[in-house]
Design a protein around this ligand. Sequence first.
Ligand code: PA5
Length: 444
Amino acid sequence: MKLNIREVTGFVPEEAIYARKTEALACIKALYEKTGKGSDYLGWVQLPSSIGDGEFAAIEDVAAFYRKNKVEVVVVVGIGGSYLGGKATLEALSDNFWQMKNSEHPKVIFAGQNISEDYLYELLELLETRSYGIVVISKSGTTTEPAVAFRLLKAHLENKIGKEKARDCIVAVTDAKRGALRTLATQEGYRTFVIPDDVGGRYSVLTPVGLLPIAIAGFDIRQLVKGAADMQKATAPGVAFEDNLAAIYAATRIELYKAGKTTEILASYHPKLLYVAEWWKQLYGESEGKENKGIFPAAVTLTADLHSMGQYIQEGLRNIFETVISVDRTAHKLRIPEDPANLDTLNFLSEKRIDEVNKMAELGTMLAHVDGGVPNIRIEIPAINEYNLGRLFYFFEIACGISGYLLGVNPFDQPGVEAYKKNMFALLDKPGYEEESKKIKERL
Ligand code: PA5
């Protein structure tokens, strides 16, 4: 994996980025020594190198259970950090048309990430004719969206196959001791996995939160974690700033932010990475967007979005910079055929690989955007696979911790997320919210 900041230095001097060296390295030290803000939530920092064989085996055992019992669909119920890591990995590693292709593994789909009545109705309708299992993921165990979805699914599965069999097909991933989901899992006798106390939702992809759905879908969680562990080593205290990609990325972002570039657009030229960008948006948005500060994280999939967002990126408000995840090798090879009629005048592309055209689009776009006033950071990965995704996840996590500290915020809390919940509960007349309920209804 490489980081290229050459196309940033026309906007902020390289010296200014490197001048952050001492500060950035101090942030890494604070993350490891737990001396900075949010120090109760730093369990993810050394997590990759600490996952043992027993933990992998327990997760793989559940995956084997669903496979052996020919479970067709596993519904993973969760939201935010309890959803996006798994979803991102599955989208990135799966065939683009996996929903329409057969596989020896169950099809993993998601629920509890919205409160759409149609989504849940149509899901239950689909599950009527499928054998299925449920993995319910919630650290707090009280989040409304997954709790509502799980109520429906649990009742549906129990009605369909009986309480006993349903119990065998339900797995809960939650806090070791606390919360409604832990209580329910104990009461019902579900198989459970623990989300460590000191790992917050958006940093939990390498816990059973992410690893279980990924293993169930048939992907190699050991390679994923190996990639993360290698990146842990490559970004640990003691690694020189010049060699530490995460420290350089964090310092570069903060210099750009100081120079007025307040929006970062994560771009990729591979639709499979769409949900990696969604995961990244949550990681950076929730970690940095507080105290009236923070870079706004946005994302585009190119070249598709060049035909929608491209105009804005090229010529809109000049407060943006772009970070491109560039993929060196595709999994397959395909060449453009010669067409004797050549009505589209594209015969100059005959026999070229599709990926060559994609790469020239990527290069051409980068130069155009830089010329248009948009600095460009490039993160280069050799290919989309488990190992490289593991590296990428950990790289973004550690860089986010450094970047949050450089910004002066606590990157591990999310106090602002409570505001909507308070209003929603007041509007729904939740017991205990009588006062808020009265006030909000008067306001409306
Ligand atoms: O990053 C976070 O902490 C949040 O996105 C949570 O993961 C999300 O709100 C889900 O919370 P829980 O796992 O408690 O249901």
